[in-house]
Design a protein around this ligand. Structure first.
Ligand code: HEM
Ligand SMILES: [Cu+2]
Length: 550
């Protein structure tokens, strides 16, 4: 098909020179800038993971010595959490889509948006600097007093890097909150907002309220490490547990920063590929807010064995169970949406279904861990590692990939190759489970996390896990290749290849710089999917022109 069918002028070709990108205030271009930088960080973090998975193939230390191993898993954790997952969906898809979804021309603060990207890059470069200068060996949790008094690694540079990137997150959150309040077009009432926007709104509340606490914890580390001011180190009159309280007060809510946006994506994909209005719209919308609020009340479940009082443990155990309720509300409502739907298994849908299954496993094992008595046994074992990867990789990364595929035609004007998309999604799913399911068993059998030398009886499961990791790596490289390929060779998508509802699909693909010529007026609820007979999707028809709606 010829490129003639792409719109003549759009945000990508509005201007070509480098400054038109580096100084852009177009939310769509900033989304693309984030996408490119996050992809780099993702593969840096992934490379570290592949290295330590190779080390873990054998019970002995044959590839790296302990200090190197510590640096590898710290690099992996810090980069993946702070420089990939926390920004991922909000900064790429949120940036790109939220203004279009609510019928606006841009976010409320376009320049602040650009500043967020620069802060992110500055933080990221500091992190890379810390890595190049020898890395950090504290784990992504920076526990004191080790990080402030013992560690001879680049803690300072890394802490400053994360601190700076944190401001990027705060500004993104602020921008999304204000945009949602003030920029909705006529008729776009709160309960007509796409659930994508609701979930990002909830995420943003956490970003704005939680991230400053992380920033303060990092400053306190710097004060103790740099100036010897006693905050956490008992020798200096400090209290090491104070750090854990501060760190987890941010970092538990932060896990919802990572998962809520994926839930946002899934809530868009499921109704579209079931050709049905979403079931329980209000419940899903409000459950996002409930998760954001409850998420702030459970941080003590990371400290069950830290010596906190049994009574506190009991309360945190109970409160942690409560968070599962709004999460389950979502899962039930997505499932009810699928029920009797006209389901088609395009790539985004494969990711969304993968998300539901894997997130559920992650969430349910979260409940095991929230059960005080169980956690005492499996705390700091591979069971924890498996739990959070089921959520953060099986859930959050799957959601990210599903979203990238779903909106790729909108972002670029072209379709990705569907066959490759489906194959990769299956490879990711298989590779993921092979990597992380054995870790549940390893943890249950007692293998502690963060060690690279282990008893021989654990080898088989570790080999399975490492094999899975290489399959997973392949699953991630494939989309990188075919998505880039599709920029030039992909089929022209047309404005709405999925026949989806939502204002973003009423714009041309790629959209123009200001999204809409006239502010759109909204007259109906979200997800008003038409009756089933109108449901054939481009890949099910042989006629490529059928992808452009009449
Ligand atoms: C159903 C809700 C959830 C519950 C009840 C839950 C419970 C727990 C508990 C009790 C722990 C501490 C285990 C220990 O260290 O001994 C834990 C660890 C963890 N969880 Fe969850 N979790 C839930 C959801 C999530 C979500 C949504 C994410 C991520 C998106 C997540 C990510 C993590 C991480 C990263 C850790 C380990 C942190 C570390 O020690 O490095 N959890 N979870
Ligand atoms: Cu937690």
């Amino acid at each position: 098909m010829s490129t003639a069918e792409l719109p003549k002028r759009h945000y990508l070709n509005a201007d070509y020179n480098i400054w038109s990108w580096l100084l852009t205030t177009d939310h769509k271009r900033i989304g693309i800038l984030y996408m490119i930088s996050l992809t780099l960080f993702f593969f840096v973090g992934g490379a570290a993971a592949i290295l330590f998975r190779v080390e873990l193939l054998t019970p002995e230390a044959d590839l790296v010595v302990s200090p190197t191993y510590n640096r590898l898993f710290t690099l992996h954790g810090v980069v993946m959490v702070f420089f990939f997952l926390v920004p991922s969906i909000p900064a790429v898809l949120g940036n790109f889509l939220i203004p279009m979804m609510i019928g606006a021309r841009d976010l409320a603060f376009p320049r602040l948006n650009l500043l967020s990207w620069y802060l992110f890059m500055a933080g990221g470069l500091l992190a890379i600097w810390a890595i190049v200068r020898g890395g950090v060996d504290t784990g992504w949790t920076f526990y004191t007093p080790y990080s402030t008094t013992e560690s001879n690694s680049q803690v300072m540079a890394m802490a400053v890097g994360v601190f700076v990137a944190g401001f990027s997150s705060i500004l993104t959150g602020l921008n999304i909150i204000v945009t949602t309040h003030t920029m909705r077009t006529q008729g776009m009432t709160w309960f007509r907002l796409p659930l994508f926007v609701w979930a990002h709104y909830a995420t943003s509340i956490i970003m704005v309220l939680g991230t400053p606490v992380l920033a303060i914890s990092l400053v306190l580390i710097a004060l103790e490490r740099g100036l010897g001011i006693g905050v956490f180190d008992p020798k200096l009159g400090g209290d090491p547990l104070l750090f854990q309280h501060l760190f987890w007060f941010y970092s538990h809510p932060a896990v919802y920063i990572m998962i809520l946006p994926s839930m946002a994506v899934v809530s868009e994909i499921i109704p579209c590929f079931s050709r049905k209005p979403i079931f329980g719209y209000k419940m899903i919308a409000l459950s996002s807010v409930a998760i954001a609020v409850l998420g702030f009340l459970v941080w003590g479940h990371h400290m069950f064995v830290s010596g906190q009082s049994v009574f506190a443990g009991l309360i945190f155990s109970f409160l942690s169970m409560l968070v599962a309720i709004p999460s389950a509300v979502k899962v039930f409502n997505w499932t009810a949406t699928l029920y009797k739907g006209s389901i088609s298994l395009e790539t985004p849908m494969l990711y969304a279904l993968g998300f539901i299954g894997l997130f559920t496993l992650g969430g349910l094992t979260g409940l095991f861990l929230a059960t005080l008595a169980v956690d005492v046994h499996v705390h700091d074992t591979y069971f924890i590692v498996a739990h959070f990867h089921y959520i953060m990789v099986g859930g959050a990364v799957m959601g990210y990939l599903g979203g990238i595929h779903f909106w790729w035609p909108k972002m670029t004007g072209r379709m990705y190759p569907e066959w490759w998309g489906r194959i990769s999604a299956v490879i990711v799913f298989v590779g993921f489970n092979l990597t992380f399911f054995p870790q549940f068993v390893l943890g249950y059998l007692g293998m502690p996390r963060r060690y690279h030398i282990y008893p021989e009886e654990f080898q088989v499961l570790n080999v399975m896990s490492s094999a899975g990791a290489s399959i997973l790596g392949l699953g991630y490289l494939l989309p990188l290749c075919y998505l880039i390929w599709s920029l030039k060779y992909g089929k022209v998508a047309g404005p709405n290849p999925w026949k989806a509802t939502g204002l973003e699909w009423t714009t041309p693909s790629p959209p123009s710089t200001f999204n809409f010529d006239e502010p759109p007026v909204v007259t109906e609820p979200a997800y008003n999917y038409p009756p089933l007979d109108d449901s054939s999707l481009p890949h099910e028809t042989s006629d490529p022109t059928a992808s452009t709606p009449s």
